[in-house]
Structure formats: C-alpha cells, structure tokens
Design a protein around this ligand. Structure first.
Ligand SMILES: Cc1cc2nc3c(=O)[nH]c(=O)nc-3n(C[C@H](O)[C@H](O)[C@H](O)COP(=O)(O)OP(=O)(O)OC[C@H]3O[C@@H](n4cnc5c(N)ncnc54)[C@H](O)[C@@H]3O)c2cc1C
Length: 401
C-alpha cells in the first residue's frame, strides 16, 4: 500500500512517521510544495520552538482552543501532552516547562526538534519529495487517490493524509472543497492591535499585569499581561482576545473601541479608597502611584487626567481624582487594524470538523482520506497549543484507523 502525506510541516512529519511506525511494510511518501521542510518549526517560539504546554488535564488543555475544543477532547484522550513528551524523550529530546506552562526543548533551539523529526523520518524510511505541491486530487473508482502535481505529472496513493496547514484565503482550500469537504472561511488569529494616532504608543515597552480588556459592543473580554508597543498593544491579554474573538473582530473590520482596566478588574471603590489613603496625602502626584503601576504609565494617566505630576496629592481635587479612577478602570482606545504577531500566527477556519472523525482524523465524506494540523478548523491560543494539536492529529491520522 502507498500512503501519501501532503505537506511537510509539524503535522505532516508526525503523520508520516506515525504511518510508517504503524504500517512498516507500506510505502510512505511525504510531499512538500516548497524547498523547505518544517519551516514554521524552525522560526517558532522565537527560534526555541514552544513544542507543547505543560497541561495534563485533557479538558483544561482542550479549553485553550477557541476552535476545536470538543473535537480535540476526544483526540487528546488518545494522544496528549504526556505522549508528546514521551515521544520526544524516546528519541533523546527532553522538554522543559517554563513557569507559564510553555514547554521547550532543553537546548532552547528549534533545530533540536527539526533534527529529531528529520532523523526519525529517515530512520523509519519515509520518502520525502520537495517541490512537490499538490494541485488537485481525484478519487478513483478503485478507492485510490490520484494527485495532480503543481509542477506537472500525477502521483497515485491508496491513502491520503492532508497536512497542508492554514491558508489566508478561501481559494487555498479550493481543491479540498472539490473533494466534497466544507471549508470554514479562514480568518487570522493571534494578532496584535494597531492604534494609529493613539499617544499611548509613546509608552512602548511598558507592561501592565494584569490588565483587563473588553471590546465595546461585544462580550469579548480577556485578562493578563498587556504590552504597549510602538504600533499599539500586544502581550498575552491581547493575543488571547484576538484568538477568542478572531471571527467577531474580523466582522468588525479590525476597527473597534477597546475598554481597558489597567488594574485587571480591581473594584472602583477599592481604587478610590487607595487614592484617598492617608499615606498618599504627603506625596507628590508623581510618587503617589498606590498600585505600583509602571512609572511611565502612571505619569501618562496623570497627564491624561489633567493632574500635574508635581502637584501635592493632597491638593488634587475630587473631580481630578474621579477622572483618574475612570481612566484606571475604564480607559478607552481606538483600534484600527491588526498586526500578525511575529512569534505565532495561525489561521482560524479550514476543513469543517463535523466532517472528520476526531478519533482517527479520517474524513467522513471520503473514505481513505485523512486530515491533520492547521488545515483543520482548529487553532489554539499562544503557548504551545498549536503544535500540540499538530502532533496529536498527525499521530492519529498516521495510524490510518
Ligand atoms: C512565526 C510563527 C511562530 C510559531 N510559533 C509557535 C510555537 O512556538 N508553538 C506553537 O504551538 N505554535 C507556533 N506557531 C503555530 C504553528 O507553527 C502552526 O500551528 C503549525 O506549524 C501548524 O503545523 P501544520 O503542519 O499543520 O502546518 P504548517 O507548519 O503550515 O505546514 C504545512 C506545510 O504544507 C506545505 N503545503 C502547503 N500546501 C501544499 C500543497 N498543496 N502540497 C504540498 N505541500 C503543501 C507548506 O509549504 C508547509 O510546509 C507559530 C506560527 C508562526 C507563523
């Protein structure tokens, strides 16, 4: 039997290696459109490759996927974080967890992961063909698949695993649609917010942790560290919001008002009480800062509230204090545009999950056809979840159950 895997990224390598391990007598061919194998693995995690996330509770793990949560719950029961760790450990790659749960190879280099996958593919006899993009697929009456190649020629396989990753445009999925699959329209996920013209950008580099973000007019909200950048706002709180709100924010044309609670949700009364505390009264406004906000941020908010930094706190009037309370708990910024985060950017959308068996990754529409990785309508928040989905779905697809 000939098994063809189309797309040599994380999911494709895992699927091809798994196919060869489960079906050693069969031929496994891994096709790659470009010249580069595992290109995203190489640049991932800032060159360190955030391989997975240190979360062993399946429901909690699955809850980090804005799209694919229920589907992955079933898949994770068969191959989860501990299996990823064991898989790499058995091949000499130890993973370490950082305080926030992200897991990296102890070498802190994505090359370690690439070497491991390349060596394993070679060791078990996966045949890799570069510059071999698939243009179209036809299912023959025999049940086999005939692949029309971009550079000409045909290739036939008995089983086909598609691991071609995400695409920004629906046209990128046309050949999968032609096979009879429903494609959920792709939109970007994991992006940062552009705020052209907002003076807050002058605070570039400042982190508020935790901050609470809300998108006015929606029920989208997130909490966590916020980073001010020279183009707007980034950091985990923003990325999380962009992931959970990927489709809704797309619908808003990436233009909306962001409500920002700089203190992560501390009640207004508590904020007011802290600003009226006895020990504040002898200080200059500049040094008052009862919440230990970054100094530049505190001075920015004072200026925005119209309070001179050198003014003794005891002389700051009620109206000015109220304005400051409002800014601390209910600040507003205009977002106009997005930037795809250079560290981790994924596509929401792809092959509809209702048409794929979560235990085997086999198409419910075309027998013998399998999917794995980002080509599916699955995406996670940042932190190693996207690779975990690729390892899990790739491994399961390769079993060809
Ligand atoms: C800069 C960056 C950093 C990231 N860092 C992390 C991280 O640290 N941790 C994490 O969990 N996630 C990270 N991600 C997300 C993660 O890289 C992806 O979710 C993951 O790579 C998806 O794997 P995949 O194999 O499904 O798709 P891909 O990695 O996109 O691989 C698909 C492959 O298929 C090939 N292909 C496409 N069409 C065809 C065709 N028609 N025929 C043949 N081949 C084709 C492509 O050229 C590509 O090589 C990052 C993403 C980016 C962009």
């Amino acid at each position: 039997m000939r098994i063809i895997v189309a797309g040599a990224g994380a999911a494709g390598f895992f699927a091809a290696i798994s196919a060869k391990a489960h079906h050693p007598a069969d031929e496994v061919i891994l096709l790659e459109k470009t010249d580069k194998l595992l290109a995203k693995v190489r640049i991932s995690g800032g060159g360190r490759c955030n391989v997975t996330h240190n979360q062993h509770h399946i429901r909690k793990l699955a809850a980090s996927y804005p799209r694919g949560e229920r589907f992955l719950r079933k898949a994770f029961e068969r191959f989860s974080v501990k299996d990823t760790m064991a898989w790499f450990a058995q091949r000499g790659v130890q993973l370490k967890a950082e305080a926030d749960g992200r897991m990296f190879p102890v070498s802190d280099s994505s090359e370690t992961i690439i070497d491991c996958l390349m060596n394993e593919a070679e060791r078990c006899g996966v045949r890799i063909m570069r510059q071999s993009g698939v243009q179209a697929v036809e299912r023959l009456s025999s049940g086999a698949f005939q692949l029309k190649m971009e550079r000409g020629g045909m290739l036939e396989g008995d089983r086909l695993i598609i691991t071609t990753g995400g695409h920004p445009k629906p046209e990128g999925y046309a050949w999968l649609k032609a096979l009879g699959h429903t494609i959920v329209p792709p939109v970007p996920s994991l992006f940062t917010f552009n705020m052209p013209g907002e003076p807050v950008r002058g605070l570039m580099g400042v982190v508020a942790d935790p901050a609470r973000l809300r998108i006015i007019g929606t029920d989208l909200e997130s909490n966590g560290p916020l980073l001010v950048t020279h183009w707007g706002m980034s950091g985990p709180a923003v990325l999380k919001l962009s992931a959970w709100g990927a489709r809704a924010i797309h619908g808003l044309g990436y233009r909306f008002t962001l409500q920002l609670h700089w203190l992560g949700g501390t009640g207004e009364e508590e904020v007011r009480a802290a600003l009226s505390a006895e020990n504040m009264q002898r200080k200059q406004a500049r040094n008052a800062n009862p919440f230990q906000l970054p100094h530049r941020l505190w001075e920015f908010l004072l200026a925005k509230a119209g309070i001179p930094a050198e003014k003794p706190w005891s002389e700051v009037g009620k109206k000015d204090r109220n304005r400051l309370v409002d800014l601390l708990t209910n600040d507003r910024y205009t977002v106009a545009g997005k930037t795809t985060f250079k560290e981790e950017f994924v596509t929401a959308g792809g092959v509809a999950l209702e048409e794929v068996d979560p235990q085997t990754m086999q198409s419910c529409v075309v027998p013998g056809l399998y999917f794995a990785g980002e080509v599916l309508d699955i995406d996670g928040i940042t932190g190693g979840f996207n690779f975990q989905a690729a390892w899990t779905t790739g491994f399961l697809a390769g079993r060809l159950c």
